[in-house]
Structure formats: C-alpha cells, structure tokens
Write a protein that binds this ligand. Structure first.
Ligand code: ADP
Length: 716
C-alpha cells in the first residue's frame, strides 16, 4: 500500500512539474488569449481555462487507474498488435497464445508495476524530461514542435491531450492567432471556419456520406458493378422510397420458400447509438409501427447467426485513418474494441424481438443493463480489445489470419465506395487553386462477425467516440467520470499515431519520397531508429496504424470505377464550389465525350437530364442546390453505357464507356492548357483517368482481366 501511495505522490509531483513546464512554454507562445485577441471576451477564456482545470481534476481521478493502464501494458499489447500486422503476420496458434497469455497477464503485471510508468508512458516521459532536461532541449533543437489547435476537440480532448504530450508537440487549447499545423475538430470540417493552411482531421462531407441512407446508396452502386466483392453489406432498402420494392421482394421470397423466416432491422437515417432502431419480421410490421408516414430510414436484412462469445453477441469497432483522398491512403488500427451484448443471444423470435440487450451491441444501450461489466482487463467484461477476441477464437482453431484479411478487404472496399462523392465535397470546399487546408480523418468501422466468420459491415461512424472515461454511479444517484483503461489503451494509440502520420515533416518527406516508394511509416521508423541511436527517444511504441492502401493497390484498384466517373463529373462541374451539374454542363459533357449521334440526339440528352435529375431531387428532399448530383450522374452514365454496349454485363459496359470518355477528353486535354490540380499536396495514385493515353489503359485492361469475383488476397 505504501509503495502504491508513494507512487501516486510521485505522479502528482510529476504532473505539477509538467504543468509548470507547460505554462512556461505557453508564456513564450502566442496563445490565443484575451490579451492578444480582442474578439475573445475575457470570461470566455476564463471559461476555457476552467474547463481545462476541470479536465485536470478528471485527470487526477484518472491517474488512479492510469497507473494500471501503463506503458508496460502498452508494450505487451504493442507486441500483440505487431503480431497482427498483415504483412509479416504470424498467426500461428502458438504465437497468438503467447501474445494472449501476455494479455491475461496484464492485470497481474499491472498491479505489480508500482511507480514504473503511467498514462501510456506519458509520466515516464515527463520524468525523464524533468530529470535530465538534455533530452527535451536536444529534441527541441532537432526541429520545431508541431502545433495543434485543440479548441474544437470536444469529447476527444482528453485522449488528444495525452497524445500531444507523449509526442511533445505543442497544444493550443483556445486556438492561436497564427496558423497551426493541425486542427483537431470534434464534429466536422466546418467546426473552425476560414482555415487556409495546415491539416484538419475531418473531410468535408464525411458526416453526410456516412448517414445510413448515403452509405447504403454508395455501397449499392458498387454492388451493381461488383456484386461478389460487395456482399459484405447486408441487403438494404431505403425508406420510404423503396417500401413497395421491399414489400414485394420479401413477399416473393417467402412465396418461393415458406420455411424462410427472415428478420429485418430498421435504422433511422441520421440515428446513432442504437437510437430508434427496431426489429421486424415482415414488411407489413413497418406500416403497423410507423403508420402511413414512414420516416427516412434504412431497413436491412438482420444477421441472424452472429458469432457468439460467452453466448453473447458482440461487434467490432475498428479505427481506420483515411490519410488522404488523392492519392488514396488508408490505414487500419491493429487494435480495436469489441462491444458485447449483456443478455445471452437467441435467434430472433416474435417473443424476443424487443430485447435490445440481446440484439444490439451498442455500448450506449448496454451500459444501462444491470449485467454490464466494466473491467480493467482487456479480455473480460462488456468492452474488450479486439485482439483478446481474436485470441479467444484462435484458441478454438479459427484461422484468424483469414478473418483479419477479410476485414482489411471490407475496409478498403468500403472506403473505395465513399471516395467518389467525398471528392465532390472536397472540391466544393477546397477547390483546386485554394491554398488549403488538407484533410485526414479517423473513421469508426462497426463490423459484425457471422457464425461462419464472415465479416459484415454494420455502419461507419464519421465521429467515433474517442472518450477514454465512462460515467459510473459511484453512490446512489451520484455519477462520475471514471477512467476506462481499455478505451485509453486503444484510443490514445490511434490518435497519437494518426498525429505521427500527419506530422508535417513526414508529409513533406513523403511527397519527396513518393516517387521512390517511401512511406510515412518508413520515415517514422527511420527517425525512430535515429533517435534511439542518439538516446533521444522516449520509447514511443511502433505505429499501431498499418497502411493497407496503397499497399494493396493491385488487389483493389480495379474496383475504382466510380471514382473515374466522378473525375469526369468533377471536370464538368468546374471549380465554382458547387456540387451539382447544370443542364449546359451535362450537354457539354455529352458533346465533349462524343456521346450523341443520330440515334441519341441532344434533345434526348436534355430529356435524360431532366428525368434523372428530377427523380433524384425527390429522393434528396433537404438538398438546397438544384442540378444533377453525382449519384444522378452515375445513374445517367450507367444508362448511357447500357445503351451503347448492349451485349455485355453492366461493369463492362461502364468500363467501356469510361474508355470512350477518357479517350475523348484525353485528346482535348492535350490541346488545352494544363489545369491546376491540387486536391492534396501529394502525387496522384488514383486510377488512371486523363493522365495516360486510353490506348495504354486498354492494353492494361487486356493484360489484367477485371478479376471481379476473384477473392482478393491481402496478404501479399
Ligand atoms: P447505430 O448507428 O444506431 O449504432 P448500427 O447500424 O450500428 O446503428 O446498429 C446498431 C446495432 O444493431 C449494431 O451495433 C448491431 O449490434 C445491430 N445491428 C445493426 N445492423 C445489424 C444487422 N444487419 N444484423 C444484425 N445486427 C445488426
């Protein structure tokens, strides 16, 4: 006991020292303060400070269990994580078992730690800094600290602060008069307006794209082209517009097979955390529940046979970093969370349809069940690490290497489905020629494993919770935020390593190296090695984020067909900040791509434009802008492709029409001045559009048949 309280005393002193150092540093920096910026009222900055001090009070209560979730645990899991790395994976059972025994040891080891490290190595880092100031100054001499504006970070603030401290970067909690390198927003790209440089942790339009209806639409477009590749998303119908279709299809299905007893899950379009979700067994139930006015929602086939652990249904939350859209760069966190239901699972029946604790895995719901188990261990309780789940299933003989590679494929394919429209949003907010900023974003993928181990995509969150504490009733009616070691373990790693990857120094290096194949991971690894040699490293763990794209470009690039359609759309949209194509631009597209002829007159073109645009306007009731949206343009493109190349399947029709369009535009580009193209300041690795001659592309296609149904092997 004595040693433990000694440890807390030491931690307290170290924290105070650190705070003193921070305020000293802050004094030298031009923090946005009432003194420096007159537009900020004095009490606003006071409020901000009060918030900060409040968070440090939280921090104090957190330190208790931080001393449990410490650097040692991180290292243990760091090893586990690196064992999950797809490229040099060793998924043999022995390996996983040895990792997992480490996981099981965590609790015991942690209780023995007594004053070694705390807060993911953070306090240890501080201690070193205060003991021998040499390290800090050497690092400072080495290069300027990266600056992060955290004023809009909201609920990710605690995890973000920890990450910044671990990196020894500079935080601007109430903003800065001059530009910061990185802006961390809690909600959307627009949290701070008028940012013209640096990097923002949100893409414009991501929230909109990830609403349930839009995600379903984007995946469905891909399903039309690549049905086998996109069968990881449950069959879905968009309400209210597809209610009749849903009703008819299910009636036909049941008529054909009377033993079929499907269940469906209804999800409100903009809902989250399980809000407003319910299960039905027949389309008629939907009418009975919602009356004649069916709200905007997605109704989806309910996966009846999920994989169970301890008889409980669970899902996986994986963090995915989209580092850039152009070129497309995707990273996956090697560690994630598994969220468990709190009532044993039974296949849906009329009796149990309303049992939310049995069917819905949302933390926000299950935390209210009396059966919810908060645990400091990563492998027990109602929220666990994904690696501990992998261990459990590996011990039953499951090939977790295959599970992991299927998950990677699901993530890459989903991002590929989202990119076309994201590029349209991006260009509307940051048109080519505008100085910046550039964007990146951490997404939360919710994945369900079926009993047969096939991963199914449930949804993607634009703002995954980065909270590292949870509310607990400490005495009757009294709630307090207490630290959650499992959340801290996973989320601080994800934020810190996202920052490391977005470090402007690495970005620059990446641009320079891009032609030579260097990756930011390589740059970070090289720097780490250098620092270790010089004894400067505060032993930051190896990156917990693993690049999967462009790494697996070969296996997935053939899926980026819609992105090529979007490139044509963007070209005719111009750079005026709009997202809709007007009738004249549509005509120009047809003319420039030489798509009209005697059997398809310009009058037919106008009719096509009006028909499709009107229908889409009805489906997107809240949209303020008039004209043809990307989805409508894609529909028109599919129509034109089917009209021109009748005898072949849709995807071939579309690829053939793309060739025609790109070929025609390519010819025109040669006679035009080169257009400024700056969506992100790195070289393009997007599927070839206007940059290479159509002839070369045709040759390329012949050489590499489309491999539409071939299973992607993400391990090579
Ligand atoms: P929300 O954004 O409200 O959390 P989700 O789509 O994530 O909505 O659904 C909530 C929960 O419902 C999921 O965490 C999962 O447990 C369950 N769920 C969602 N879709 C399905 C499905 N198609 N089959 C089985 N369970 C599902």
């Amino acid at each position: 006991m004595n040693t433990m309280s000694d440890h807390y005393e030491r931690v307290k002193i170290e924290l105070q020292q650190m705070k003193a150092m921070e305020s000293e540093a802050a004094a030298n920096e031009e923090q946005l303060s009432p003194a420096s910026v007159s537009s900020v009222p004095a009490d606003a900055s006071f409020a901000a400070r009060r918030d900060l001090s409040r968070s440090s009070i939280n921090g104090r209560s957190r330190s208790k269990s931080r001393s449990k979730a410490d650097g040692h645990e991180r290292q243990v899991n760091g090893k586990l994580m690196s064992d999950l790395t797809p490229q040099k994976t060793d998924y043999s059972l022995e390996k996983v078992q040895s990792c997992a025994s480490n996981v099981h040891n965590i609790k015991g080891t942690l209780s023995l730690l007594k004053g070694k490290t705390a807060t993911n190595g953070h306090v240890e880092a501080c201690q070193r800094q205060t003991e021998g100031k040499v390290d800090g100054s050497k690092v400072a001499k080495k290069r300027r600290a990266v600056t992060v504006d955290t004023s809009k970070a909201k609920t990710s603030l605690e995890a973000l602060k920890m990450s910044i401290r671990q990196l020894k970067w500079k935080e601007f909690p109430i903003g800065r008069r001059t530009a910061c390198d990185i802006y961390w927003h809690g909600v959307s790209f627009h949290d701070n307006e008028n940012i013209v440089s640096g990097q923002v942790n949100k893409f414009p339009g991501m929230i909109e794209m990830l609403r349930k209806i839009n995600l379903s639409r984007a995946v469905r477009t891909m399903q039309e082209l690549f049905p086998e590749e996109y069968n990881f998303y449950p069959r879905s119908w968009i309400l209210p517009e597809e209610y009749q279709l849903f009703s008819t299809q299910i009636r036909l299905l049941k008529d054909n097979d009377s033993t079929l007893k499907p269940t469906f899950i209804v999800k409100p379009d903009s809902g989250s955390q399980g809000d407003g979700i319910y299960l039905i067994r027949d389309p008629a139930d939907l009418r009975a529940i919602s009356g004649s006015q069916i709200k905007q929602a997605v109704v989806q086939e309910y996966i009846q046979k999920p994989l169970l652990i301890d008889k409980l249904k669970f899902d996986i939350r994986l963090y995915v970093l989209v580092r850039s859209l152009e070129p497309l760069e995707i990273y996956i966190a090697k560690e994630g969370l598994s969220r468990f239901c709190t009532e044993p699972y039974q296949e849906p029946s009329q009796k149990n349809l309303s049992h939310v604790f049995m069917h819905l895995t949302n933390y926000s719901l299950n935390v209210h069940s009396g059966n919810f188990v908060h645990s400091d261990s990563c492998s027990t309780g109602s929220k666990r690490t994904f690696s501990s789940v992998l261990y459990r299933i590996a011990s039953k003989g499951v090939d977790i290497k295959k599970v992991w590679s299927d998950i990677i494929a699901l993530v890459i394919k989903t991002v590929i489905a989202l990119v076309p429209e994201l590029k349209v949003y991006y260009q509307a907010d940051i048109p080519p020629g505008k100085p910046g900023p550039t964007c990146f974003q951490i997404l939360g993928f919710d994945i369900l494993l079926m009993k047969n181990l096939k991963p199914v995509l449930l949804e993607v969150n634009a703002n995954p919770s980065m909270r590292i504490e949870h509310e607990q009733e400490v005495s009757p009616g009294v709630y307090e935020y207490v630290p959650s070691p499992v959340d801290e373990e996973v989320k601080v790693g994800v934020i810190r390593d996202t920052l490391r990857l977005m470090d402007p120094a690495h970005r620059k290096q990446h641009v320079t190296l891009n032609t030579g194949g260097g990756s930011p991971e390589d740059a970070i690894a090289a720097e780490t090695r250098g620092d270790e040699k010089e004894g400067l490293m505060d032993s930051l763990p190896t990156l917990c984020l693993k690049q999967v794209f462009p790494k697996y470009t070969k296996q997935f690039n053939n899926l980026r067909v819609v992105e090529r359609i979007a490139a044509i759309f963007l070209r005719f949209l111009g750079v005026k900040g709009t997202m809709r194509l007007g009738p004249t631009s549509f005509r120009t597209f047809i003319r420039n791509c030489k798509l009209s002829n005697s059997s398809f007159s310009m009058a037919s073109v106008d009719i096509l434009y009006i028909d499709i645009t009107r229908r889409w306007a009805g489906m997107l009731p809240d949209s303020r802008e008039a004209g043809m949206c990307l989805q409508a343009f894609i529909e028109a493109f599919f129509y034109l492709a089917a009209r021109r190349f009748k005898a072949v399947p849709l995807r071939e029709q579309v690829v053939l029409l793309l060739e025609v369009c790109e070929g025609a535009l390519e010819g025109q580009s040669h006679s035009e001045k080169p257009r400024p193209h700056r969506s992100q300041p790195t070289q393009s690795s997007a599927p070839k559009t206007f940059s290479s001659p159509a002839v070369t592309r045709r040759h390329h296609l012949r050489q590499q048949p489309m491999q539409l149904s071939a299973k992607a092997n993400t391990e090579n």
